[in-house]
Design a protein around this ligand. Sequence first.
Ligand SMILES: [Cu+2]
Length: 299
Amino acid sequence: MKSRVAWVSAAMLFAWWCAAPLAPVFAQAAATATAPKITAKIDGEYGYWLPSNIAKQSYAHQGDYLNNLLHWFMAILFVAWGIFFVYCLIRFRSRPGHRANSQLPHAKISKYAEVGVAIFEGVLLIGLAIPAWAAVKNDIPTADRNPLRVRVIGEQFQWTFHYSGADGVFGKTAAAKVDTATNPAGLDKADPHAADDIVVGEFHIPVDRPIICDISSKDVIHSFFVPVLRVKQDAVPGMRIPIWFEAGRTGNYEVACAQLCGNNHYSMRALMVIQTAAEFEEWLKVKSAPPEEFDEDEL
Ligand SMILES: [Cu+2]
């Protein structure tokens, strides 16, 4: 009897020990269950391979090309090495009259081959990868191409998009003014430039016009990810990191977070609406208009 009580107590203690660390997780999940939901139909094909590519900037297409090339290259390597492996298993197996030898051969040729591969990889990194990445990050569209600048702010677990409005100047922001529900960008309403600023949870952009996004985060590291535009950039607290792209097709697409940023990371998504220039200007006008005064006479 005594031992049964001891066993039950031990089992209960063990269950509590397992479940206790989960309590804050459940509490946080309940608090953030109000993450924005996307009800619009998402365009673009999402199949077994990459999603459709609607980007106009060249790095998006070069990336897809390199991705395809590397997969074919790896497929050929995989098959070739597989055949060589099976050949070696049979050729050097232990059998009557032949003892399998586990000693590595000390041939000079393999040492030269290894040094050659290391030099080749160094050339690939310094001569190809670093210049390619520098071109993507540094060749930002200049003012003559009339790029649209949008601030993108990540937080657990939503994206906020801040537009400068008709005056083209962002209003002042301050961390002390941030309120997730009423002022997610921390806009200083006293600043005259802030009057026409637009802060929304939906990402509206015009088609066929370069977009420069300044990515930042309010809490942990997130990652701004638009699969159909081949855009991915970490959002790091305390930094404002630019990334640029240009959409070539209108429609509804999805912005995701590509950095495991907490237990509701899966729900950190936003609707991206790519519109014609006229539709986008109309949307800007409607959004930046001051709220209508309440008129008692109209009742
Ligand atoms: Cu995130």
